[in-house]
Design a protein around this ligand. Sequence first.
Ligand code: C5P
Length: 222
Amino acid sequence: MTDIPVLTIDGPSGSGKGTIAQLIAREFGWHYLDSGAIYRVLAQAAMKHQLDLADEDALSRLAEQLDVRFAFDNADLKVMLEGEDVSLRIRSEEAGNAASKVAAIPAVRSALLQRQRDFRKMPGLVTDGRDMGTVVFPDAPFKVFLTASAEERAQRRYKQLKQKGIESNLSDLIAEISERDRRDSEREVAPLRPAEGALILDSTELGIDAVFEHVCAFCADL
Ligand code: C5P
């Protein structure tokens, strides 16, 4: 047990939890953990070393030894795998899907548990993922579950890709997001669900500013 405060923000992909978590971390002057990036990097490392994404023993050994580092480059989170900047590569839909496959392996999750808990340092930590409030930081004093409809999340993703000059198909994005939701919610270990006592926010009709205000007010109330 520790007195270092933690705000956990869990939710499905595309709910805006990463954006909100980074804004709040900056506002509070707290550390930030993007737990999804760890699973994304693990899947990248597996592909780099030509491991089969279904080989549980090899993947859990890789998770134990994973050489991943995070650094802030101005406001941007930089993610390094074995010294190589993989920040952009890990953000593709393909990388997200591969991450959700390796993340369903129980031995992988336990190999990464302490690594995530080590981010809890003074003056506090804001973290986003799927099981931050339920498994990794069950004693966190502030827990939020941020969601939005699959259609709205796919729309946001579509716009993001378009801004980057990447054309995509909205109905394919809805199908991919729904499939990833299903895999993350139905897996046996650490499934996606709201932690007990979490503030549940549906951002389908809410902008970033409104979500930010709700989360700040929630933390101030406790
Ligand atoms: O949040 P993000 O989309 O980057 O996560 C990628 C994948 O990693 C998720 O679809 C999920 O399967 C997995 N993940 C997880 N537990 C977390 C964070 C992410 O299982 N705490």
